[in-house]
Design a binder for this molecule. Structure first.
Ligand SMILES: *Cc1c(COP(=O)(O)O)cnc(C)c1O
Length: 398
């Protein structure tokens, strides 16, 4: 038997083939230009072919690609120092993906208690609707049956409680609890925001019971909400944080950040990665920070987010038969559809606009952080035409 493709059938791909990108635009093989508000699922934080990133990658590519972690990698020192300077963190471990950053975060939390003589404290409280990656441990952390089924026994030590339910969290804490793990904004789950109060209450519970607070800012971090990290809006600090996606802007890069105390158990030999933090990744990661930490950059993200917020509110007002609710913060936005979201996505794509599906019948808009107000308005106009098309096709709710 020969398959039509030698690739695994794991992805439901749209029949689009892109050849190159320019800023917020993706250009297909046939020359069609798409406005890219999917941004590689919140990865292309600086759009496509950003000159500063291209230059950094090219320059590094001519010098050195990879040496492994048998040796010092100066780019790791500088990127870690820069991240520590602008966050709660004292220590950083570099990975190649979000799931690996989460694996490091979970291992760090467990080792923290182990190093204090409490190896039995390895349980992590997580939340319904969460997504933390596709490794054996992170599917258990996410707790979604559709990702766990058929892959053997669920990795032990992860307990889901309802998102936003502080009493349920409190109830789940026992002598074996090591940490609480949460996305400040659930991405795959459907752009669900944890309230400031809820994050503050989790911080307080962690302090009361000696637990570590782990934040998964893989999707909502690195400027996406208009602050460098989403938890800053709540005025709290985690003990450990997983970062990826936007920090590499398209180069596979993730990081686990921790306080000195939380990272205390991660001594020589306890963790590692062959590729993690290689010179190419570090050149790109440092270049991404050059842009995002530049004076005024995050102010512009907040300004353009306001254009989206107003435009989407008016879309919901004018198309109550198509749009049920607008969700999100900054440039992490969700349109909860009143029609099947797949139909709305199809109509949006027909307008040459790209968005990302999510849970709860939500479509995500994750525009690059460099999106201008004019580009935002262009996207909103395309969304409106798509909503009109859905209505005209008779798909809209009566
Ligand atoms: C994408 C994502 C992950 C997993 O990242 P990968 O790079 O796909 O391993 C984990 N957590 C959140 C919140 C994500 O959005």
């Amino acid at each position: 038997m020969t398959a039509t493709t030698p690739l695994y059938d794991t992805y439901l791909r749209a029949p689009l083939r892109f050849e190159r990108g320019e800023g917020v635009w993706l250009i297909a093989e046939d020359g069609t230009r798409y406005l890219d508000f999917a941004a590689g699922v919140a990865v292309n934080s600086l759009g496509h072919a950003h000159p500063h990133l291209v230059e950094a990658l090219k320059t590094q590519a001519e010098k050195l690609w990879h040496v492994s972690n048998l040796y010092d990698v100066p780019g790791q020192e500088s990127l870690a120092r820069r991240l520590a300077a602008v966050t709660f963190a004292d220590r950083v471990f570099f990975t190649n993906s979000g799931a690996e950053a989460l694996e490091c975060a979970i291992k760090t939390a467990r080792r923290y208690h182990f190093a204090k003589g409490h190896g039995e404290r390895f349980h992590v409280i997580t939340f319904e609707g969460a997504f933390h990656g596709r490794t054996i441990a992170t599917i258990a952390a996410g707790g979604q049956q559709k990702y766990i089924e058929g892959f053997g026994p669920k990795a032990p030590g992860f307990y889901q409680v309802p998102f936003g339910d502080i009493a349920a969290v409190k109830n789940a804490i026992n002598d074996e609890t090591a940490a609480i793990l949460i996305e400040p904004i659930q991405g795959e789950g459907g752009i669900r925001l944890a309230s400031k109060e809820f994050l503050q209450e989790l911080r307080a519970l962690c302090d009361e019971f000696g637990l570590l607070l782990i934040l998964d800012e893989v999707q909502c971090g690195v400027g996406r909400t208009g602050k460098l990290f989403a938890h800053e809006w709540a005025g709290i600090q985690p003990d450990i944080m997983a970062v990826a996606k936007g920090i590499g802007a398209g180069f596979p890069l993730g990081a686990c950040l921790a306080t000195e105390a939380a990272a205390a158990g991660m001594v020589a030999g306890t963790h590692g990665s062959t590729y993690g933090g290689n010179p190419l990744a570090m050149a790109v990661g440092n270049a991404v920070l050059d842009v995002i930490l530049a004076e005024g950059f995050l102010d512009r993200v907040r300004d353009v987010a306001l254009v989206f917020r107003q435009g989407l509110a008016s879309l919901k007002d004018r198309f109550p038969d198509v749009v049920e609710e607008i969700r999100g913060d900054g440039l992490m936005l969700g349109i909860k559809a009143k029609v099947p979201s797949a139909d709305l996505l199809k109509a949006i794509r027909a307008e040459k606009l790209l968005a990302v599906p999510a849970g709860e019948n939500v479509l995500r808009l994750l525009p690059p952080l460099i999106t201008t107000a004019a580009e935002a308005r262009e996207g909103l106009a395309r969304l409106e035409r798509a909503a009109e098309a859905v209505r005209a096709a008779g798909i809209a709710a009566a």
